[in-house]
Design a protein around this ligand. Structure first.
Ligand SMILES: Cc1cc2nc3c(=O)[nH]c(=O)nc-3n(C[C@H](O)[C@H](O)[C@H](O)COP(=O)(O)OP(=O)(O)OC[C@H]3O[C@@H](n4cnc5c(N)ncnc54)[C@H](O)[C@@H]3O)c2cc1C
Length: 492
């Protein structure tokens, strides 16, 4: 039987980051992944000669001094990060907004929309950025959350003034911040915030917990851009970094079960047994319970409930004629059909088109496109099995309608089409019933309980990472969460 200090289950970005940081800190780490390729929901897969991004397509943390950029330099990964202008184009029936990478230019452009109050808008985004800056400093430094040392406590005290705007909005929805700036009746801001909040904190602006939503509204301005070749190229590069740091990556190696024996974990994998002091599980808590049985049953009821209040995804993967897209860069479109209806179930879609020079992703003259929308899982689960397929097909048709109205160039020039559903995510990434995208950050004080902020241990030496626990919800957030957990394990 092979031995290791730590076994990491799952090479999504939560597991990749935890494994790399543990290896950097000198641990003997083995990362087991069930698929033949890394990245999970943020991977690039091949089908019929095309390379599609599976789910995630637009990434933060690529800027100088940020996590992925630091790793790219430190481990000489050679991954090309590309900044985009615009980062995203939001299109509704009434107006459109191309989001530039500079946040001040963004506010100026937003203020040009009909009916805007430029002063109030500037003041709203100043409040939002103050909260975002305070929180991102906290999120990006694993020493600060949880504050395990006297130095960390002192550093918090030194920053206490910057926390005041955060505290003011705790336990309140994002829409309260909008109202406090006299902007409640201005539809473009409500639509923009609903669209960004839905894809980040997984809730509309009236539902979203304000501090987390304000941090997430900064998503486009946190070293955000495109990964050349698809996000899979970064995931593969991180596996090489783990290797070079002294860790081991074992692909196509599903972990079947975990069992605690004589103070250590026995890990039963497709390729044999491993024994480790510590296990880091980059899976949803429901899957962990399935793997570890009575050891963890009912250990994380709050996380399980949060997952089950969340979303699945319906997907369209298209290959389109390259001439249908203006400009050579990768392109991201956020399309809203009816702005008065919820931004889910195909009424709101996020479309990402590969760059013209990503030659491996499509045959010459074509580009690949990944398109997603939110599926309310409770609604899906309440349907009879035979009606579930019909419901998903209806959503995919609604996605096509939205695209044909807001970005007709995509469907009119499609050379290849393929769909996916929550069932596809469940099958490929093992995600419980196909829940994806992280747990919704709906309004409430529960987000600040110590147990929600500390690395989550489901049983002695068994840690949970990924988008169901802090930091959650994006590729950068799960990677930062993985680093934080790795450091907590090393400290322990
Ligand atoms: C449609 C969609 C669009 C998104 N868009 C964006 C975006 O544009 N930008 C962004 O930053 N984020 C985006 N996200 C969110 C982002 O993809 C996720 O937050 C993040 O990738 C989750 O990573 P994770 O490590 O928590 O989990 P996962 O990616 O699910 O990784 C878990 C891994 O564990 C493996 N695994 C499961 N069971 C086992 C087992 N028994 N043994 C071994 N391995 C196992 C799986 O195969 C998988 O590789 C999007 C998500 C979706 C679904």
């Amino acid at each position: 039987m092979e031995k290791a200090d730590v076994v990491v289950v799952g090479a999504g970005f939560g597991g990749l980051a935890a494994a790399l940081r543990l290896a950097e800190l000198g641990a003997d780490v083995v990362l087991c992944e069930t698929l033949r390729y890394p990245g999970g929901c943020a991977s690039t897969f091949t089908r019929s000669g095309y390379q599609f991004e599976a789910g995630a397509t637009l990434f933060s943390g690529l800027g100088d001094g940020q996590l992925f950029s630091n790793w790219n330099d430190k481990w000489d990964l050679g991954v090309r990060f590309e900044t985009l202008d615009p980062l995203v184009e939001l299109r509704t029936g009434q107006w459109s907004l191309a989001v530039p990478p500079d946040p001040d230019a963004f506010v100026r452009r937003f203020a040009e929309l009909p009916g805007a109050n430029p002063e109030a808008l500037r003041s709203f985004f100043a409040t939002q950025r103050g909260v975002a800056n305070a929180l991102w400093k906290l999120f990006e430094d694993p020493a600060l959350l949880p504050p395990l040392s006297a130095t960390a406590v002192l550093r918090h005290l030194g920053r206490s003034l910057s926390y005041a705007p955060v505290v003011r909005w705790m336990g309140r929805p994002l829409s309260d911040v909008v109202s406090s700036h006299g902007l409640a009746g201005w539809e473009p801001l409500r639509v923009y915030l609903d669209a960004v909040s839905q894809i980040t904190v997984q809730a509309s602006s009236t539902e979203a917990e304000a501090p987390f939503a304000m941090a997430a509204v900064d998503y486009f301005f946190r070293g955000t851009g495109h990964v050349h070749g698809g996000i899979g190229s970064l995931a593969w590069a991180l596996t090489e970094a783990i290797d070079r740091a002294g860790g081991r990556v074992s692909l196509a190696n599903r972990v079947r079960s975990l069992r605690r024996e004589s103070g250590a974990w026995q890990v039963d994998t497709r390729n044999g047994e491993l024994r480790a002091q510590t296990v880091v599980a980059n899976v949803l808590p429901q899957s962990l319970a399935g793997m570890a049985g009575p050891e963890v049953n009912g250990a994380l009821p709050d996380v399980e409930a949060a997952v089950e209040s969340g979303w699945g995804a319906a997907m369209l993967y298209l290959a389109i004629d390259a001439d249908a897209v203006g400009g050579p860069d990768a392109k991201h479109l956020q399309l809203v059909d009816d702005q008065t209806a919820p931004f889910i179930e195909g009424n709101h879609v996020f479309c990402s088109i590969s760059a013209a020079d990503e030659h491996k992703r499509a045959p010459a003259g074509q580009r690949t496109t990944t398109i997603s929308t939110h599926v309310p899982m409770q609604k899906l689960r309440n349907l009879e099995p035979e009606d579930q397929g019909v419901y998903i097909a209806d959503i995919q048709n609604r996605m096509r309608e939205t695209i044909s109205r807001r970005a007709p160039e995509l469907l009119a020039h499609a050379k290849f089409q393929m769909t996916a559903s929550p069932r596809t995510f469940a099958r490929f990434t093992g995600r419980h019933l196909g829940y994806v995208g992280g747990v919704p950050r709906r309004v409430g004080w529960k987000h600040y309980r110590p147990r929600a902020l500390w690395p989550r241990e489901a049983a002695p030496g068994l840690y949970l990472v990924g988008d169901s626990v802090l930091l959650g919800q994006s590729t950068l957030a799960v990677a930062l969460g993985g680093v934080r957990t790795a450091e907590a394990i090393a400290n322990a």
